[in-house]
Design a protein around this ligand. Structure first.
Ligand code: NDP
Length: 450
């Protein structure tokens, strides 16, 4: 509940102007509630209009993306780029291709990205983009023509010192490659730092593919060690999703001694009591671009269940949601807690509803919010930009070591800020406060420029 009058007035005005954007308002409400103690202590934020400026994106670009399908028919999708906040660096954040993409979703993601990027300690502002294009069932030629058309408009709004997109749901190395190729052709220049998540042969960073999932597990590892004197060893882990984040979270959790027993897609989930065979999942998802239910054809001991939310009924010690927003509601949270879940750390962006988060916090579950837990992806994107600038490539080990250091720092910054805010161990409040502080300080120093 917002008790600070300034914050309440800003939020009420925002809610009235954006009543049709529930995901965006949900993300803003969480941050404003968390930073109340800071705003109470710093009257200058009101004087400089920091909060009303911070909740409003600096720029929103919406554009038509026409393309021709394999039957020769013209298709039209809608493209978005929300350039949210450039106080501490160029706008930075992924592109999402999914039919559910709309302005509310892209604004929530861009808003969250601003604080996440601040937590990484790298000089990156916040942005996000995407399209309601559905890559599922499309041929490679269709995906390429779509990406080229999208970039034909987007190129004029981005740049290594302006705005640096990357991947997200539905956008992996293939799509980034197609977008980069078109950018290069239009601008007649090789500017590696304009996109991250590129292929390794043209400026991509080793360990970028693994970074979000690995980073999530490094965060969990540090949090378990410092808050519970414990580790992944011997723990049962439930993971949702079977895309980029889920795959590499599964790989690292297993390497660290956990047993991952589930993975899912938007149709349903598989449960393998022997532990997920990740090579089989990679073959289905990365090579064949198939569905997770195909797993049981080669693993008779595993079961497949239709529907996504059932994955949270599988008993576990650690839950790592890695699919999409609001995939865990109050009911799923209660089931997880009743089944003994002790750690809930978010790989996906905002996968837990506010009611679900309250269940975890009330039950004393170690709850790690997405803007802290999944910051590994954008961190290695930042490292990819550094490598592009110095025209060198670092080894996998070098990048992975830096990633581990960043994730440990993010945990400690969040934990320390939770202590300062008077709610030790509440990493949601801590991450929001720590991420906010740096951006707010920069905005005050830069004057009313934006
Ligand atoms: P991918 O497209 O690689 O994989 C997404 C996975 O989630 C797929 O298994 C997909 O199933 C499933 N999924 C997507 N939408 C839904 C839905 N509405 N309901 C149920 N399942 C769904 O995306 P990523 O792994 O890259 O992203 C996953 C999450 O992690 C997102 O929230 C993203 O914002 C976040 N994230 C990603 C980062 C990255 O580096 N890639 C960085 C930080 C956060 P299906 O194949 O059936 O669609």
């Amino acid at each position: 509940m917002l008790t600070n009058t300034y914050l309440k007035n800003v939020y009420d005005g925002l809610a009235a102007r954006n009543a049709e954007q529930p995901e965006f308002l949900q993300a803003v409400a969480e941050v404003l509630e968390s930073i109340q103690p800071l705003v109470d202590r710093h009257p200058e934020y009101e004087k400089y209009g920091i909060i009303e400026r911070m909740v409003e994106p600096e720029r929103i670009i919406i554009f038509r993306v026409p393309w021709v399908d394999d039957q020769g028919k013209v298709q039209v999708n809608r493209g978005y780029r929300v350039q949210y906040n450039s106080a501490i660096g160029p706008y930075k954040g992924g592109m999402r291709f999914h039919p559910s993409v709309n302005l509310s979703v892209i604004k929530f993601l861009g808003f969250e990205q601003t604080f996440k990027n601040s937590l990484t300690t790298l000089p990156m502002g916040g942005g996000k983009g995407g399209s309601d294009f559905d890559p599922k069932g499309k041929s490679e030629g269709e995906v390429m023509r779509f990406c080229q058309s999208l970039m034909t408009e987007l190129y004029r709004h981005i740049g290594q010192f302006v705005d640096v997109p990357a991947g997200d749901i539905g956008v992996g190395a293939r799509e980034v490659g197609f977008m980069y190729g078109q950018y290069k052709r239009i601008t007649n220049s090789f500017q590696g730092g304009v996109l991250t998540g590129k292929g390794l042969t043209f400026g991509g960073s080793l360990a970028r593919t693994e970074a979000t999932g690995y980073g999530l597990c490094y965060f969990v590892q540090e949090a378990l060690k410092c808050m519970k004197n414990d580790s992944f060893e011997g723990k049962t882990v439930v993971i949702s999703g079977s895309g980029n984040v889920a795959t590499y979270a599964c790989e690292k959790a297993t390497q660290l001694g956990g047993k991952v027993v589930t993975m899912s897609d938007s149709n349903g989930y598989v449960y393998d009591p022997n532990g997920i065979d990740l090579a089989a999942v990679k073959e289905i998802k990365e090579v064949r671009r198939g569905r997770i239910k195909e797993y049981v054809a080669t693993h008779p001991e595993a079961t497949y269940t239709e529907g996504c939310s059932g994955v949270w009924t599988v008993p576990c010690d650690i839950a790592l949601p890695c699919a999409t927003q609001n995939e865990i509601n109050e009911e799923s949270a209660k089931i997880l807690v009743a089944n003994g879940c002790k750690v809930m750390c978010e790989g996906a962006n905002m996968p837990t509803t506010p009611e679900g988060i309250a269940v975890f916090l009330d039950a004393g579950v170690l709850y790690g919010p997405s803007k802290a837990c999944n910051a590994g992806g954008v961190s290695v994107s930042g490292l990819e930009m550094s490598q592009n600038s110095e025209r060198l490539s670092w080894s996998f080990e070098e990048v992975d070591e830096k990633l581990q250091g960043i994730m440990k720092n993010i945990f400690h910054a969040s934990y320390d800020a939770s202590v300062e805010a008077g709610c030790e161990g509440n990493l949601m409040v801590g991450a929001n406060c720590a991420g906010f502080l740096k951006v707010a300080t920069a905005m005050v120093a830069e004057g009313v420029a934006y």
